[in-house]
Design a protein around this ligand. Structure first.
Ligand code: ZN
Length: 120
């Protein structure tokens, strides 16, 4: 599949795919005439890239995820998992606060013991 067709299929601009290639994230094959050729496998890898980007991962991190031989891969993935867990904890805490504060009857939230927990 040509780069334009792959880009359309993925909903990204062609220059995004060229950038991923430059960064060694998804490197397509080449046709006999030298044009980029994206297989179903390349498209799957591109969808993984988009999914990882949607949770804030950098291209360097994504390259490490996609390439088993990449040095420092394990620690990099572990650090990202740790970051996701911290984000989840922060989101859970914010949700608990908002659920409480929606019905909180204190005129100043700093005077509410339960609200104050969230200022710590
Ligand atoms: Zn409160």
């Amino acid at each position: 599949m040509k780069i334009g067709d792959a880009a359309a299929e993925l909903g990204v601009a062609a220059h995004v795919l060229r950038h991923w290639e430059d960064e060694g994230v998804v490197v397509p094959g080449r046709t006999a005439s030298g044009h980029r050729d994206y297989s179903a496998e390349h498209l799957s890898r591109c969808r993984i890239v988009l999914s990882c980007q949607s949770v804030g991962m950098s291209l360097a991190e994504i390259r490490a995820v996609l390439h088993r031989g990449e040095s420092g891969r394990g620690p990099l993935i572990d650090a990202r998992i740790e970051g996701i867990r911290r984000q989840r904890a922060a989101l859970d805490s914010a949700e608990r606060f908002l659920l409480h504060v929606r019905g909180c009857r204190h005129d100043l939230i700093t005077r509410c013991p339960e609200c104050s927990i969230h200022a710590e």
